[in-house]
Structures are given as C-alpha cells and as structure tokens.
Design a protein. Sequence first.
Length: 177
Amino acid sequence: MSPFYDGSSRRTVLAFALTLVACVSLIVLLKLPGLIISMVIAIAAWLMVSAQPQSREHAALRTSIELSAEDLRDIMAQFQDFETSTDIDAIADRTLHRPALLDLETTDPDIEAFHFQYASAHRFLRRLPTRMSNPVLNTHQLEQLLAVTDQRAAELQESWLAARRAAFRLGPGYRNE
C-alpha cells in the first residue's frame, strides 16, 4: 500500500453505490415521484463530486511542490557547475581548493553523504512528474509530497554546504594523508 493512499476513492465508490441504491428504492416504491426525486438526488450527487472545492488548494500545493523541486534542481545545478564549469574560478575551486568534492571514493562522511543525497534527489526528481500527473491526488497526499520535497531540498542544501566545507578542509593534498 502506498504511503500516499488514504482510501478516498473507496469512499467515493461507496457513496455512489449508496446513492444508486437509494434512487432505485425510491423509483420502485414511489414510481414517477420517486423517479423525479432520484433525478434530483443523482444531479446533486454528481455536482458534489465534480465541484472540487479544493481545486485552488490543490493548485497551490502543486505549485509549492514544483518550487521545492526547483530548489532541488538549483542545488544540483550548483554541483554540476562546480563539476563541469570552464570558468576560471570554478576550475580553481575544484582543482586547488576542493578536489575531494569530486572524488566519489572519498572516505569523508560529509562528502559521502552529499553524493548519496545528490543521487537520491536525482532519482526523486525523475519520479516526481509521474506522481504529480496523478489527477486523483487528494489534499493529504499533496501535503505529504510537499513535505517530502521540502525535506529533501533542505537536506540536500545542508549536505552540499557541509561537503564543500569538508572538501575545503581536506584541501588539495587529501589523498596523501
């Protein structure tokens, strides 16, 4: 069972089933007046389900999730810029000041943690559009997804800063120690 599941689709099916049973019972018992009452009930039920009063809230939550995902992408872009930029300052930073930050086999826990968080964030961002494209996500599920996205962005930012400090502390001669 998914951590984002809360059974709202089952409740909707149950509500429709009970409405259908009530409408059929009214038609059988009251004939023409039952048919008219059933039509009113069916229209009211359809309007209640399709109205989606939470659509603004859902749109706001989806926007917040996208903004948090953008924060993740920004942090990842900082590392990619550090890794591949041809700017003189970036080259000096990665060769003279923080070469350990590019070493995937370093034993420094902060740098290892950053590379783990970076890979995890990359996988998360690859799966996020699929989760967001689900049209039946309810408010609770979107809030959970926002919390997870915010947490990942904060952890990656913290890890990036700690890894940069650790790589600077190790300096260019970190392999000789």
